[in-house]
Design a protein around this ligand. Structure first.
Ligand SMILES: [Ca+2]
Length: 121
């Protein structure tokens, strides 16, 4: 993790800006687009290999193999060696503390929508 610093820091900064420009719903759409760009089309999850193949699409071509592996390991909460859509979203929010602090509003908006679409309110 120690030498992931620089590239991840640059990537981090994108999210609050995106949240500001797009609003919560737009941000989720962008995250979903990002996931689809990075995922292995056959498996429907992000693997180190699919990340490597597609990283350049998100301007992440400078990440080394080890950094990509760390990124997947960092986000892989169920330990299957790949990132599901939800694991990817959670990872993006975790990598972006600025987004968490500055955009509580958007998170609440997203949660509201999730709850609504799940029929809770
Ligand atoms: Ca996983």
């Amino acid at each position: 993790m120690a030498d992931m610093g620089k590239s991840v820091a640059e990537f981090e900064d994108l999210l609050p800006v995106m949240a500001e420009n797009l609003g919560g719903e737009g941000l989720m759409r962008e995250l979903r687009n990002g996931f689809e760009l990075l995922m292995d089309k056959e498996k429907g999850v992000i693997t180190v290999e699919s990340l490597k193949r597609n990283a350049a699409l998100l301007g992440l071509q400078d990440l080394t193999h080890d950094e990509l592996v760390s990124m997947v390991e960092e986000g892989d909460t169920d330990g299957d060696g790949a990132l599901s859509e939800m694991e990817f979203f959670v990872l993006m929010f975790r990598l972006s503390p600025g987004l968490m602090e500055e955009s509580q509003f958007f998170l609440e908006e997203i949660l509201q929508q999730e709850l609504k679409s799940a029929g809770f309110c």
